[in-house]
Design a protein around this ligand. Structure first.
Ligand code: FRU
Length: 318
């Protein structure tokens, strides 16, 4: 009798442990995030903000995969999320065309997909979250026009270092910039279409070529801060950095803002990471809410007028 009661008690304990574990598991939303790469500080901040947001919600089980700058790897990562029947997929695609079919496949399979920062070639996904790259490009173009003498009078030789041309931000940052500068007859673009793939060393190489080919360069517009910094280094290495304006994009405090504060970059334009917003939006949907098709993140111009304050606000200087 005694033994039977003990066994019954044991069975009840096991049952309770198992069912609560099962309930606990059941309640977790599995969110898979496919990141394009982790080679730039902006991507690391993106992952950090995404993880921090997910940690605030114990009901989320977050799985992060790094596509390592390779579209095929990223396709396999999304396929794996489809296989495991993730509750939602977040993706920041390395390139648009190659990643579109797998995202469409996930979406058609009924998995909500949130596309972050870089867009695809169609909108068969749940939501896009990112900055307005055309607006950012235009802001950079207007800044360049002002720097080179103002509307109608601007004059100078300009180098443009583009991001990865198969990625939508590079296309939009190009288009926005040219909307502002192409109407200035005094501005001369001295570079051919190029592809810096967002990388500092490519920025350096492309600028070194531009310096070799042109006696005078007045302004460099790079599609992100690492490439703008690389371009600056190339100019500095041949003693030609003085008097050249370097414009970048991203404006993360420990990188672009710091370089503006140090006088290396003239200006950068904030490109917020969609990390925390991505998790928030996915959770909203998973909890039964509705989400908009597009969420546009704000931007701002960062130059010597506000860089110091941003550095201080972020505890980077006293
Ligand atoms: C990082 C990055 C950023 C840039 C963004 C564009 O991989 O190159 O510097 O703003 O991607 O998608």
């Amino acid at each position: 009798m005694n033994v039977r009661i003990r066994m019954l008690f044991l069975a009840m304990v096991c049952f309770c442990v198992l069912t609560s574990a099962a309930i606990g598991e059941e309640k977790k939303f599995v969110i898979g995030f496919s990141q394009a790469t982790t080679t730039e500080p902006w991507r690391l901040l993106f992952n950090k903000e995404l993880r921090e947001e997910a940690e605030k919600h114990p009901e989320i089980k977050l799985i992060v995969r790094d596509g390592m700058d390779n579209a095929a790897t990223q396709i396999a990562d999304v396929e794996a999320f489809i296989q495991m029947k993730a509750d939602a997929i977040l993706i920041s695609p390395k390139v648009a065309a190659e990643l579109t079919p797998v995202v469409n496949k996930a979406y058609d399979a009924g998995i909500p997909v949130f596309v972050l920062d870089r867009d695809l070639t169609n909108d068969r996904y749940t939501q896009f979250i990112g900055g307005d790259n055309k607006l950012i490009g235009r802001a950079a173009g207007e800044y360049a026009v002002n720097f080179l003498g103002g509307s109608g009078k601007a004059k100078g030789n300009v180098v443009e270092i583009r991001g990865g041309k198969a990625a939508t931000p590079a296309q939009d940052r190009y288009a926005g910039f040219h909307e502002a500068i192409d109407k200035e007859p005094g501005i001369k673009m001295v570079t051919q279409p190029n592809d810096g793939d967002w990388k500092q060393d490519k920025g350096y190489e492309l600028m070194a070529e531009a310096l070799d080919a042109n006696e005078k360069i007045d302004l460099v517009y790079a599609h992100n801060d690492p490439m703008a910094y690389g371009a600056y280094m190339a100019a500095k290495d041949v003693g030609r950095e003085k008097g050249v304006a370097f414009l970048g994009i991203d404006g993360i405090p420990a990188e672009g803002v710091k370089w503006v504060h140090q006088g290396i970059l003239t200006a950068t334009f904030l490109y917020k990471t969609p990390g925390n917003e991505g998790v928030r939006q996915a959770l909203k949907l998973l909890k039964g809410g509705t989400v908009e098709k597009r969420v546009t993140l704000p931007t701002m111009t960062i130059d010597k007028s506000n860089a110091e304050k941003i550095m201080r606000d972020n505890g980077l200087i006293k």
